[in-house]
Design a protein around this ligand. Structure first.
Ligand code: NI
Length: 169
């Protein structure tokens, strides 16, 4: 799977419920590495499998402060704080007419507990808050066919969708 191609809004793959990874093999490890490269090349902080055309449950993400990279296989958010916060989000799959990500404010839980399997097959869990919590929620949503624009409504959604419609595939 060497030719991973970025998928953008309108591609049905982005709306697909992804299936669990059953085994960690060389192909998966290679794909994860390639996704980290793609994420960095596009100055992103997260990239989920369906964004590169694979309907399996895995993602890569980076915590912006320390640039720590996480490769998460079958990630699952097991708890969410009641407290929410608003942050600006963008997505490498949601582009405007200028071919750059479109941004919008989204409200989500401020902190979450996430469980995942890492690339060595180890079961891990972490409580994340602030920006990392935001990233992991956005990326795990991708595995369920959900995009951040789904949280927008009314005039804000219309404004964002107008920009997205200007994007030429
Ligand atoms: Ni995204």
């Amino acid at each position: 799977m060497n030719n991973l191609e970025m998928r953008v809004c309108g591609d049905p793959i982005l709306r697909t419920e992804c299936t669990p990874v059953e085994k960690i093999d060389a192909e998966l490890l290679h794909t994860l590495d390639t996704m980290v490269e793609m994420m960095r090349a596009q100055s992103g902080v997260g990239l989920a499998a369906p964004q590169v055309g694979i309907t399996k449950r895995f993602l890569v993400m980076m915590t912006p402060d320390d640039e720590k990279v996480f490769k998460m296989i079958n990630p699952k958010i097991i708890s969410r704080s009641e407290k929410t916060c608003i942050m600006e989000e963008g997505c490498l799959s949601v582009l405007g007419g200028d071919n750059l990500p479109v941004y919008a404010n989204v409200s989500r839980p401020e902190s979450v507990v996430v469980e995942w399997t890492d690339e060595n097959g180890q079961q891990l869990s972490a409580e994340m808050s602030g920006v990392p919590a935001r990233i992991v929620q956005h990326e795990t949503d991708h595995l369920n066919g959900v995009l951040f624009i789904d949280y927008l409504s009314g005039a804000r959604r219309e404004m964002v969708m107008r920009k997205v419609r200007r994007h030429k595939k």
